[in-house]
Design a protein around this ligand. Sequence first.
Ligand SMILES: NC(=O)c1ccc[n+]([C@@H]2O[C@H](COP(=O)([O-])OP(=O)(O)OC[C@H]3O[C@@H](n4cnc5c(N)ncnc54)[C@H](O)[C@@H]3O)[C@@H](O)[C@H]2O)c1
Ligand SMILES: O=C(O)C1=N[C@H](C(=O)O)CCC1
Length: 262
Amino acid sequence: MTETTARPARELKVAVIGAHGRMGSEAVRAVEAAHGLSLVAAHGSGDDLGDLGGADVAVELTVPAASPGNVAHCVARGVHVVVGTTGWDEARLETLRAQVADAPAAVTGGAVGVLIAPNFAVGALLMMSFAAKAAPFFESVEVIELHHPGKVDAPSGTAARTAAMIGRARDEAGCDAVPDATTHDPDGARGARVDGIPVHSVRLRGLTAHQEVLLGNAGEMLTLRHDSFDRGSFMPGVLAAVRAVADHPGVTVGLEHYLGLA
Ligand SMILES: NC(=O)c1ccc[n+]([C@@H]2O[C@H](COP(=O)([O-])OP(=O)(O)OC[C@H]3O[C@@H](n4cnc5c(N)ncnc54)[C@H](O)[C@@H]3O)[C@@H](O)[C@H]2O)c1
Ligand SMILES: O=C(O)C1=N[C@H](C(=O)O)CCC1
C-alpha cells in the first residue's frame, strides 16, 4: 500500500468527519498529502454536514454514538463512506444495509459503497486473519487488547471483530468451547465473552493501539501480537479504502475484503 505517483483521471473529492480528533486530524493531513485526492470538507462536532462540500467520499472518524447518524447522512446523499469509527454491532449493520439499499445513486455514478473498517493497519488485518486460521488448532484462545486511556469504547472494534472471526472459524471446525473452570468471578476478572472467546481490555497511558491473541494447547502456546505505535500506521489503509470504496457497492465489513486478504 505504498503511495503511487500515477494520477487518476480526476481528483476524488474527500470530506473528513471528526476532523479535529486524533484519527481525523491525521486523516486530514494524509488526504491533503495524497496524490489524486482533494480535501473538500473537514467537519467537527456540532458542524452541519450539509452537502459534505460536494464530496465523492467521506471518511468518518468520530464516536460510536454519532457514527450511525453521520453515515446515514452521507448515504442519503449518494456519498460513499469509509468508516473507521468502532461500535458497529450487527443491529447497526442491519439498519445501515437497509439505508444503503434505499439510497439514491452515488454522486460518482453506480451504487453507494460503505466500508466499516474496525482496523486500517495492514499488520492488524494480517494478525486477525492469522488468529482465525490458527484458532481451530488450539483448545484455548483469549484476546487481550491494549489501548490509550482516551479510548471511549471497550472492547475495541478490532478485538470484537477478531473474536467474531475466531468464534466463526471454531464453530465451522466443530471445536468445543474454550476450557474454563471458573465458577466464582464476582468482579468480572475473566473479562468479556465475545462469540465465546474471552476478551480483556487494558487502558494505559503511553499506549496507542495493541492486541495479543493467546492460543494454548497442553505444553505449548502461540502468541500473535500487533502494535500500532503511531496513528500513521492507519493512514495507508485509509487512503486505499478511499480510493476503492466506489468500486465496492453495498456494505463491506473489513478492509481485508478490498485488499485481497480475506
Ligand atoms: N479503524 C481504525 O483503524 C481506527 C484507528 C483508530 C481509531 N479508530 C476509531 O476511530 C474513532 C475515533 O478515534 P479517535 O481516537 O480519533 O477519537 P477522538 O475522540 O480523538 O476523536 C473523535 C472526534 O469526533 C468528534 N465528534 C464527535 N461527534 C461528532 C459528530 N457528530 N460529528 C463530527 N465530529 C464528531 C469529536 O469532537 C472528536 O474530535 C473511534 O471509534 C476509534 O475507535 C479506528
Ligand atoms: O485508538 C483507537 O480507538 C482504536 N480504535 C480501533 C479499535 O477499537 O479497534 C482500532 C485501533 C485503535
